[in-house]
Design a protein around this ligand. Structure first.
Ligand code: B1M
Length: 210
């Protein structure tokens, strides 16, 4: 078993302490933090998703795995965050109403911050009007919407319509992402962009701001 497979297995096992320790060990050994995330932590949580879908794992185990993954990401955060990078722009981001998944969104935030963006995180289960208020209050260049459930994806469209109604649509670019979201869906709801992963989300924001 490779060291990344070992880390992925610890995420599957939901072993918070050992995920933390192994992540530290890999980082101290000079491994690339993004590789640790992609090959270890994400590989593990993806397998959890498959086992959950197939009825081999249940919500409590999935939650333990999610906590283990978060513990690993916390260890990597300082290694990813860029120091003293001038502000590239402001992004307001949140997971839409009805949706509690935030691991992917937090990864997007880490990548945005490391690319020099000032990020306002509205958290999870964010109602439509809270997104609208945040755009008024913070005047971001980009609003990011995350959704992991097919049932919560439509809320993204509702946010865009609400911005339209408040005449705010012209002042902010809206980007969407999350496992079930696609470019096609983004086009359908009139979003300005879609990114399949955290690194491309940061790239997309750079393009939209320039
Ligand atoms: Co949930 N869950 N979950 N879950 N969960 C999924 C999403 C699911 C696909 C599992 C499955 O069945 N195979 C399924 C959804 C099915 C569907 O809608 N079609 C599912 C379900 C059904 C549920 C519940 C309904 C289960 C239940 O209670 N019966 C429930 C719903 C709760 C709710 O939200 N109301 C639920 C609960 C949970 C936990 C709380 C236990 C936990 C979340 C913990 C947390 O986030 N704090 C959880 C987890 C961990 C998962 C899986 C296993 C992993 C999600 C994850 O963190 N992936 C997931 C299966 C899967 O996706 N493989 C599953 C890792 C993360 C790095 O990837 O989030 O895709 P991801 O983010 C990526 C990209 O998508 C992108 O960049 C990220 C990094 O590369 N991205 C963006 C994300 N947001 C972006 C925004 C952008 C741009 C890119 O711009 C703004």
């Amino acid at each position: 078993m490779s060291k990344y497979q070992e880390l992925a297995q610890l995420v599957i096992d939901g072993d918070i302490q050992r995920v933390e320790a192994m992540t530290k060990k890999l980082l101290d050994a000079g491994e690339d933090p993004l590789e640790i995330i992609n090959e270890g932590l994400i590989a593990g949580i993806n397998e959890v998703g498959i086992r959950f879908r197939d009825g081999e794992m249940f919500v409590p185990e999935m939650m333990r795995s999610a906590r283990a993954m978060k513990a690993g990401m916390e260890v990597l955060k300082p290694a990813i965050a860029g120091a003293d990078i001038p502000t590239a722009g402001k992004v307001v981001i949140g997971t839409v109403k009805g949706d509690l998944h935030d691991i992917g969104k937090n990864l997007v935030i880490m990548m945005l911050e490391s690319s020099g963006f000032n990020v306002v995180d509205l958290g999870i289960d964010v109602p439509v009007d809270k997104f609208v208020r945040a755009v008024k209050e913070h005047s971001p260049q980009v609003l990011g919407l995350s959704a992991l459930l097919t049932t919560t994806m439509p809320v993204m469209g509702e946010v865009i319509s609400a911005l339209d109604k408040e005449n705010l649509r012209g002042s902010v670019k809206v980007i969407v992402g999350g496992a079930p979201v696609s470019q096609e869906f983004a086009d359908e709801i009139g979003a300005d962009g879609y990114a399949p992963d955290a690194a491309s989300a940061a790239e997309l924001c750079k393009q939209l701001v320039n």
